[in-house]
Design a protein around this ligand. Sequence first.
Ligand code: DUC
Ligand code: ZN
Ligand code: ZN
Length: 494
Amino acid sequence: MTAPGHDVTVRGGRISTERETFEADIGIQDGVIVSIEKNLPPGRHDIDASGRWVLPGGIDSHVHIEQLSGMGMMCADDFYSGTVSAAFGGTTTIIPFAAQHRGKRIPDVVADYASRAREKAVIDYGFHLILADPDEVALKHDLPQAIRDGVTSLKVYMTYNTLKLDDYQLLDVMALAGREGALVMIHAENHDMIRWVAQRLLDGGHTAPKFHAVAHDALAESEASHRAMALSRLIDVPVLIVHVAGAETVELIRSAQRLGTRVYAESCPQYLFLTADDIDLPGVEGAKFCCSPPPRDARSQQAVWDGFKDGTLGLYSSDHAPYRFDETGKLPNGQATIFKDMANGVPGIELRMPLLFSEGVQKGRITINEFVALTATNHARMYGLAHCKGDIAIGMDADLALWNPTHEVTVTAAMLHDNVGYTPYEGMRLQGWPELVMSRGRTVVENNTLNVARGSGRYIARRQPEVMVNAKTPANSSRLPGLLGLKGKAWQRA
Ligand code: DUC
Ligand code: ZN
Ligand code: ZN
């Protein structure tokens, strides 16, 4: 019997998932993948994918959109420009942050971000929370409620004056996250090391952007990462170290994983394709390359590649932090801006996947299946989206990107769709581009044109991250050791 034609059929492409690569057609009904087989009958809308890789749409699980920074600066991208830019680069789901500032209540923060995204986003999205004020109301009530509402991950900072939590607070947050089944993402840098070195640099008149990388020494990152992992081991709660930059940090994470610590890690394009030398430019030009932690050196770049290859680093995100090269972002004091006052962060939401496709897959550093895992599938698992996103399989949302491996692009800021005005990757020649991008069966981008309306993206209430499912202690446990995962510690048995 001939199957009825689907709403959409993607025909003749080479499909890759994290598991396998094969040729087949994909039938889509009501935005969901319903058939994967050869020679499907014509759909109501047929898309020719011959000569293309058909991959899951990317999930970018670390982006800052329409966010007020700890330094009081507003991102240059709102939920429209940010999601449009993501889509043009092959990403179909983002997880930006709902950022709490001290004194603000979590429900108000989440509601505020949700209403702004609802009106503007063109692709699907969830939220992490940035937790800056873990007071009793937050820990006992607001945070558990937010987690139940699908905000199943939260980011905490070990540095930045207005965001930093101390170790006691980090333990409180990790313990709560372990009980409620949420994942804690950690910005790991030693605050006082950075502060102390920065002050000495400023005292010596060293104010140029390149001194940002000096102040944020690799040891500040590796010490804090090690401490975060020790805190996590103490109470046996998984954590995720985000934006890993330095070779030593990669090695510490690898060693901790070998010991059986449930630590997971992410890195980003800026740590593969930039180094601290890029910041060393005349005047304030280097500000375009400043993020925290900063890009380091060739050895660290290689360590990040190796970490992606051997699984030490499971997530490749952009950490898109869009700030313009003007007084609204990078240069609050114009040409006189010193490194401490520049907004931290680099854009990358649109180029994240093309950079890795070109420099990773096409140059043989990673396989196409590893590319899919690093850009989509692992994010879905890590952040509770695996029931609907990050894979090409029956029942999954039809979020797809059709990549032309022969399409060559020379990167310019002008071709990008963010609102930043520059790119740190200007002039790079890339091979391979996502020419057609689909979200829930809707063609979002085709022929370099946006095809969907503002506000057509959907909020996804995320489920529990897979790594937390086994980590959760029984809600009604009254045994302190069990509750905190401290069983077996020598000092406790005594
Ligand atoms: N560092 C962060 O922690 N977030 C945004 C960008 C940056 O550089
Ligand atoms: Zn961070
Ligand atoms: Zn970030």
